[in-house]
Design a protein around this ligand. Structure first.
Ligand code: XMP
Length: 508
């Protein structure tokens, strides 16, 4: 398949570039900045390389740099922001420390509307986020556009097919950013549009058949969109040889086990329910630290899957890990470990099962498209994300069956009220967090001393950043009233108004 490679110089928008290119129908993947020329040349179907933005200055000793040889890769190259400066620097142009920097929407004045800037007006809105600037160009390069703060806001070396833009075309604030990326990927690189949901499904089935062969596979089915999509995809590839195991940890959503039974028991795959709630609560007794909870849960999941695998004589463990799980678990070089997502970080090294991850290279919205094509039930496609460790990371402090029941019902109330007010589909997640403290209240003329519930309702595009939702007060009030009326262990409801960053979505 034709493909564009983005070299990751640590910019927070690096993955957005890859998303935007894929949205054009062209396959795109992100590789570390130190990928060598030889490695690039080995990539089949390579049609273009993009050097991403990044927070560093080319003059920092530790800033990520690629070898100047990369520029001889033989396919067109586009540098974005830091990448734009890096190309100029590697080609012996001049980059200097900018006095002011340019941040936010800026007017771009286009002087040459050819090639990379084809189809743009003389003046365009672009989004800037930089301090250093390219001051003079290397030989063979010419300026295509300027802004108030950057004399050289876009350049080209037509002969070498190397281009640079100081602004971010991948960010929607750059009005015609989409056109610029299309100019590069489709018109300049001539990459064919071979990336579609149908193609992905066909290839994933073929690859899974090859990887698994006649062996038996086992899959942890949580009921979330990722594992459900992986299950149905693998069912198409290996049919009954796939056993999908739903583990009832006691920390699942409200009435989840019944829902899962209804959804998966009549399919071709071999569906199994394991009731392990007592095992989970026992292992979590007295444990308060979030990472410890995650590790314990991750280990128990693996133990259970290994037991089930032995029963089924399975040799392969299929997981619904998607691209963003790998990023947040620190798989790519320039991102740090924020939380050890149990489906990635917690697998022991000596695990006896071979791991297979059919969705490892696709983003959440792409998983949704695949799920739709595979006719998964609407309820699964539209439901909010639910973390692998379940309610354990929504109970601050020790996890007990009683607390799990409270937070489960409280979350159900929030979801119902979001649905009643038409907001459910508009938000990323709405859920309850239970704090292990108590406060004083008054109910029915009596003093109460009960738990508080935190309501967290957030909006996000890709889970990397998020904003708290400005929920209408009548909806918040309904949630509050119902929570204290229906849950006798709760006498106070608070609303979390923190964005991510600085907070994460989950409390642990
Ligand atoms: P955070 O809290 O990291 O959450 O801002 C981002 C998204 O990831 C989900 N999440 C998890 N999912 N295992 C998972 O499978 C985990 O350990 C985990 N922690 C957070 C979270 O629900 C949100 O959608």
């Amino acid at each position: 398949m034709d493909r564009i490679v983005v070299l990751d110089f640590g910019g927070q928008y690096c993955h957005l570039i890859s998303r935007r290119i894929r949205d054009l129908g062209v396959y795109c993947e992100v590789l570390p900045s130190d990928t060598s020329l030889q490695e690039l040349r080995k990539i089949e179907g390579l049609k273009g390389v993009i050097l991403s933005g990044g927070a560093a200055s080319v003059y920092d000793k530790k800033s990520p740099k690629c070898s100047p040889e990369i520029l001889k890769v033989g396919v067109p190259i586009l540098g974005i922001c830091y990448g734009h400066q890096l190309i100029a620097f590697l080609e012996k142009g001049k980059v200097r420390y900018g006095r002011q920097g340019e941040y936010g929407v800026t007017q771009l004045n286009v002087t040459e509307k050819d090639k990379i800037l084809a189809g743009l007006q003389k003046q365009e809105k672009v989004w800037m986020n930089h301090r250093d600037v390219v001051e003079s160009l290397p030989a063979g390069y010419r300026t295509l556009a300027f802004t108030a703060g950057s004399r050289i806001a876009a350049y080209a070396n037509i002969g070498k097919k190397i281009f640079g833009v100081q602004f971010h075309p991948e960010v929607t604030h750059t009005t015609r950013g989409h056109r610029i990326l299309k100019n590069f990927a489709v018109n300049i690189c001539k990459a064919r549009k071979q990336w579609s949901t149908e193609d992905f499904i066909k290839q994933a089935i073929k690859e899974a058949r090859q990887a698994i062969g006649k062996r038996k596979a086992i899959l942890g089915l949580s009921g979330g969109i990722d594992s459900s999509t992986a299950a149905v995809l693998l069912e198409k590839a290996v049919g009954k040889n796939l056993t999908a195991v739903y583990v009832d940890t006691g920390l699942m959503r409200f009435k989840e086990t019944e829902f899962m039974k209804k959804t998966f028991s009549k399919r071709k795959l071999n569906f199994r329910i394991v009731n392990a709630s007592q095992r989970f609560f026992k292992a979590l007794k007295g444990v308060e630290k979030p990472e410890q909870k995650r590790k314990i849960i991750g280990r128990l999941f693996v133990e259970i899957f290994e037991e089930e695998a032995r029963k089924q004589k399975a040799e392969v463990l299929v997981q619904g890990t998607i691209y963003s799980d790998r990023i947040e678990s620190g798989v790519t070089k320039h991102s740090s470990v924020i939380k050890s997502h149990h489906n990635v970080g917690g697998l022991p090294k000596n695990m006896k099962l071979e791991v297979y991850e059919p969705l490892r290279d696709i983003y959440k919205d792409e998983v949704r498209k695949v799920a739709r094509k595979l006719n998964l039930p609407k309820e699964i496609i539209e439901r909010h994300v639910f973390p692998g460790p379940g309610l354990a990371i929504r109970i601050i402090g020790e996890v007990t069956p009683e607390k799990a029941e409270i937070v489960r019902k409280a979350t159900c109330i929030i979801e119902q009220e979001l649905k009643n007010s038409g907001l459910y589909k508009k938000v990323w997640m709405g859920f309850a967090v239970l704090l292990s403290i108590k406060s004083v209240g008054i109910q029915g003329d009596q003093r109460t001393y009960r738990y508080p519930i935190v309501v967290r309702i957030i909006q996000s595009k890709d889970a990397m950043t998020a904003n708290y939702t400005k929920i209408p007060h009548p909806t918040l009030e309904k949630i509050s009233t119902r929570t204290v009326n229906e849950l006798k262990q709760v006498n106070r409801v608070v609303y979390d108004i923190t964005n991510k960053p600085p907070a994460t979505m989950e409390w642990e």
